[in-house]
Design a protein around this ligand. Structure first.
Ligand code: ADP
Ligand code: MG
Length: 689
């Protein structure tokens, strides 16, 4: 049955002792199967060295060069700098190393090495900073290969992971195929085992892309099958919490200083029909950032309260939950809404406050519970929960629904997402939900001003940021990577923070934020930014679902060609939330016309739905490294835009398979069924990622 080896502990592999196993555990790897799905986050490719005259600025190149002239060592503040010139017959390159005194001995005038790094043109001269240096025969052996680069934790080396994965392959022999051959043939997909091998140890780029596509298809197919099964269960669920329109809603709508937009009104009608209808609500509200989804959540919660029920609002982070709580309290006070009694329940509360909140929930003293996802998973007991709303979570996953059902609750579910996706994909990816779209912003917004520029604009951008901060505003700077070396030639948060601290005056505080930080640390930084203790926040895309800071007016996105258009739009939505004019600066570090053309859309429109359609048309770069992903709708390997064809195919295949064999009982679906039950199929529940 199945591949039992996959469930064995990694300690069974040669060369993995207790100590290494502990490190692997930190990466979520316990079994041999986990190890095989611990995909690289990048690859080191080694191309043949170029002559110096053919080096290309902005690219990572290798070049065989002889050191000429003297090796200059300097200190600037606490930075030690080594620099020298190196040349071949065709040209010269200036090479610089920072804080690498250990290199001083191996660098001798007259010696020849291969230098590989990001080439830049300064004036008329080429420079390479911090290149990797190789012996000539050492480099020759690497040419043409792609070596995996794994996500690591402290103490675990890339070499150790590579060796462990090699051992795992020896151990398992072969992985069973679980997709019918007919499908593989039709879509020209490679076999599962080949794909897993190919993602770890690709022979070349072409094989890597084949492996990626096959694994992407896996993700989509398993995802859609899970959705279909979920939907089948839901359709039979009757509405056990029927609600009628309540007076407070009407009163609030009359008192608000604005009228709902037409799109908001329609969405609200949909919600009301669901709440009073025959079956339980499963609805997604899709509306761009700032389209006014929160008020709809409040109206729904108010309706539940007026009907004598409790409702819960869940946000992805504690900070967002607290924000909702505060804004609800403000509205309640301002408009004297006595029926709604909110409570905030997050991990940040003291044990005593938490206990008190739990008591109030259990006894029904409160009817609007605001918190994080933990609200569902934790031991909270509700008096009469009838409605669950999730904000900025994209979808309410299989597991959370199971948790609710486990408590005997088939509540109404309303998901609110700010990531517009094209209709053709939405129908598939949200196949289990009814969708309302808010494709209209409230009138009177100041539109964000955009510019797409090259790297030569950086200094101007820094000056612009400085001016804005001096006027009391704040700025975000986004880099794709966390630290140096993850991807060649791509900016990273760690170094960029350093750079900005150097170029901006000391009065400006620069902070940094990335996904490798602990959640508490991330929250702390976001709160510091919200308090204006940080003026400029350098971050990876983790701020996408982050905090609302209306005072931030500049969004600068580095390496913007590496992101999908929809994701750029999402990032841009972090500014333009206050009364001040906001700006978005897209730095395009690529020289390709295609990238320029693609990015120019960002200049032309601020409409997320238009951009999503455009993203689908243009597809952009496929990327394994999680740089180009679409908001919260992240698969591990698949990219719903780049692999849109596979999304569509997988949906048709899922329907065909389930039509023939609704419970997956046929022998040819055995491995598929087993796979659906495994952990690796559960990534589909990405709300919990
Ligand atoms: P999002 O959809 O991103 O969650 P919010 O619900 O936070 O957006 O709304 C953004 C802002 O717009 C809030 O300050 C809200 O009060 C305001 N707003 C919501 N609806 C309208 C409307 N119809 N007219 C004017 N302002 C509105
Ligand atoms: Mg919102």
């Amino acid at each position: 049955m199945g591949n039992n080896y996959l469930n064995e502990q990694v300690t069974g592999l040669k060369g993995i002792g207790e100590k290494t196993a502990k490190l692997f555990e930190k990466c979520g790897v316990k079994t041999v199967g986990d190890l095989l799905t611990y995909y690289p986050r990048g690859y080191d490719g080694f191309e043949a060295p170029l002559p110096a005259c053919d080096l290309k600025s902005g690219m990572v190149n290798a070049c065989k060069l002889t050191i000429i002239g003297s090796i200059v060592k300097r200190r600037v503040r606490n930075l030690s700098i080594i620099s020298f010139e190196a040349a071949d017959q065709t040209g010269k390159v200036r090479i610089t190393y920072f804080n690498a005194p250990y290199l001083a001995n191996s660098l001798k005038s007259g010696t020849t090495h291969i230098f590989r790094g990001l080439v830049q043109k300064k004036g008329s001269a080429f420079t390479i900073d911090q290149p990797k240096m190789y012996k000539i025969e050492e480099y020759a052996a690497l040419i043409g290969r792609l070596l995996p680069r794994y996500p690591l934790v402290k103490g675990l080396t890339n070499n150790a992971v590579t060796k462990a994965v090699e051992q795992a392959f020896l151990h398992v022999g072969k992985l069973e195929e679980f997709i019918p051959e007919e499908i593989l043939k039709r879509l020209s997909l490679i076999e599962y085992f080949e794909a897993v091998k190919g993602i770890h140890f690709p022979q070349n780029e072409e094989q890597l892309e084949k492996a990626r596509r096959r694994l992407a298809y896996n993700e989509f197919l398993l995802f859609v099958i899970n959705l279909r099964l979920l939907k089948k269960n839901q359709e039979e669920i009757k509405n056990s919490y029927p609600m009628i329109e309540v007076a407070d809603v009407k009163r609030l709508l009359e008192k608000l200083p604005y009228k709902l937009t037409k799109a908001q009104e329609n969405a609200w009608k949909d919600i009301q029909n669901d709440l009073s209808g025959e079956n339980v609500m499963n609805r997604l509200i899709q509306g761009d950032v700032g389209s006014g989804k929160t008020i709809l959540a409040l109206l729904a919660l108010l309706t539940a309260a007026g009907n004598g029920y409790q409702g819960a609002l869940m946000a992805p982070t504690e900070v967002l939950a607290a924000q909702h709580y505060e804004s609800f309290k403000e509205l309640i006070d301002k408009y004297n809404i006595t029926t709604l009694k909110p409570v905030l329940l997050t991990g940040a509360l003291s044990a005593k406050d938490k206990k008190e909140a739990q008591r109030q929930i259990k006894e029904g003293e409160v009817n609007c519970i605001i918190g994080t996802n933990a609200l569902i998973q934790s031991k909270v007991e509700y008096k009469n929960l009838a409605l669950v709303i999730t904000d900025e979570q994209h979808r309410f996953g299989v597991r959370q629904r199971e948790a609710l059902a486990g408590k005997g609750l088939n509540t109404h579910v309303l998901a609110m997402s700010a990531t517009p996706i094209p209709r053709t994909l939405a129908i598939i990816l949200y196949g289990d939900l009814h969708i309302s779209i808010i494709n209209e912003l409230p009138a009177g917004r100041v539109p964000i001003k955009n510019c797409v520029v090259g790297t030569d604009y950086r200094n101007t951008a820094y000056k612009f940021i400085k001016d804005q901060v001096e006027q009391g505003r704040q700025a975000y700077v986004i880099c794709p990577m966390v630290e140096e070396g993850e991807l060649d030639g791509v900016t990273n948060v760690t170094d960029y923070t350093q750079t900005l601290r150097e170029v901006l005056p000391p009065s400006i505080t620069v902070g940094m934020l990335h996904g490798k930080m602990k959640p508490a640390q991330k929250d702390e930084i976001m709160e510091a930014f919200a308090r204006r203790d940080i003026d400029v926040l350098v971050s990876t895309t983790v701020i996408e679902v982050g905090i609302n800071v209306p005072n931030a007016t500049v969004m600068m996105i580095e390496n913007s060609e590496r992101f999908g258009l929809s994701q750029l739009h999402q990032l841009r939505g972090r500014v333009g939330r206050g009364k001040h004019q906001s700006y978005c600066i897209f730095i395009n570090t690529s020289e390709s016309d295609e990238a320029k053309q693609r990015l120019s859309i960002m200049n032309k429109t601020n409409d997320g739905f238009v951009i999503a359609e455009e993203d689908l048309q243009q597809r952009g770069p496929g990327d394994l490294f999680g740089v180009r992903q679409s908001g919260e709708l992240n698969f591990r390997v698949g990219d719903i835009y780049h692999d849109a064809d596979l999304v569509k195919e997988s949906a048709m295949d899922a329907d065909r398979i389930l039509n023939e064999d609704p419970n997956l009982e046929f022998p040819q679906h055995r491995v598929l069924k087993d796979t659906l039950a495994t952990k690796s199929a559960n990534f589909v529940d990405f709300a919990t990622l």
